[in-house]
Design a protein around this ligand. Structure first.
Ligand code: G3P
Ligand code: CA
Length: 246
């Protein structure tokens, strides 16, 4: 009988821990569709994620575009830095696969509250605009602020966001020693530290947990790496092929 209870307990914990493991569709599901497009986001939702991640940059005419690179060259038929573009010129760009670069508003409407969105502030002067947009969509469409996590490698941009908005969850991105992000996370009242998966091991994850923060690590695509970071105790991963981890 005791043995049976023990087995049931372990099974319960296993089920519980896997259901708590968050698989975040990276730039939508960029392993399958052109990154940061509506198609990529739709693919991630179709695969069953409960959160997607997107990158945002602010262009010359002020709009916030969902795009990863500083330059448009890799992914479009254009050239140069996206921050130097006006909206009319962005609209003329074609992405790989015939897609268009969406505005943040277009993505929010397309997602329509079906999944949570991790908005990574990739560019300068994005914080105030993103705060403005998510508040407008809260009022106009009823998308709650609890639907978002705002993250950035640019900690000054995160400071700017937090100064404007104390309600929305914030995560500190780092490509360096993750332990050095703890004080920033405390200062920002963040919910998580998001480190590069090659910079973590079980003790680091434990120390971040002990400091009161979740750990979502990027970008973990290979089955063996997914298993390894799960073993370390991370709370979730960013993944280009979300179905591999769901
Ligand atoms: O937010 C996790 C991950 O997206 C950070 O790296 O270069 O893919 O934006 P990157
Ligand atoms: Ca990103």
């Amino acid at each position: 009988m005791r043995k049976l209870i023990l087995i049931l307990g372990v099974l319960f914990m296993a089920c519980n821990s896997s259901s708590n493991f968050l698989v975040i569709g990276h730039r939508g599901a960029m392993g399958y569709e052109t990154e940061n497009t509506i198609a990529s986001i739709e693919k991630a939702i179709e695969l069953g994620v409960s959160m997607i991640e997107i990158d945002v940059l602010r262009i010359k005419s002020g709009e916030v575009m969902v795009f990863h690179d500083k330059r448009v060259d890799r992914l479009t038929n254009g050239a140069g830095e996206i921050e130097d573009y006006y909206m009319a010129d962005v609209l003329a760009l074609n992405l790989v696969g015939g897609h268009k670069i969406p505005t943040l508003q277009k993505v929010l409407k397309a997602v329509d509250g079906r999944v949570k969105i991790n908005i990574e502030l990739k560019g300068k002067r994005t914080a105030s605009k993103v705060d403005q947009i998510i508040r407008v969509y809260e009022r106009r469409e009823g998308y709650p602020l609890s639907n978002y996590v705002i993250s950035s490698f640019d900690w000054e941009e995160l400071d700017a966001f937090r100064a404007l908005n104390q309600e929305v969850d914030v995560a500190v991105l780092t490509d360096a020693d993750p332990l050095q992000a703890i004080s920033k996370a405390q200062e920002l009242n963040a919910v998580a530290i998001n480190p590069y998966y090659k910079n973590i091991h079980a003790e680091i994850v434990e120390q971040i947990h002990n400091a009161g923060f979740k750990v979502y690590t990027y970008t973990v695509n290979e089955e063996a790496d997914i298993a390894s970071v799960k073993e370390m105790g991370v709370d979730g991963i960013f993944c280009d092929y979300p179905d591999r981890a769901l």
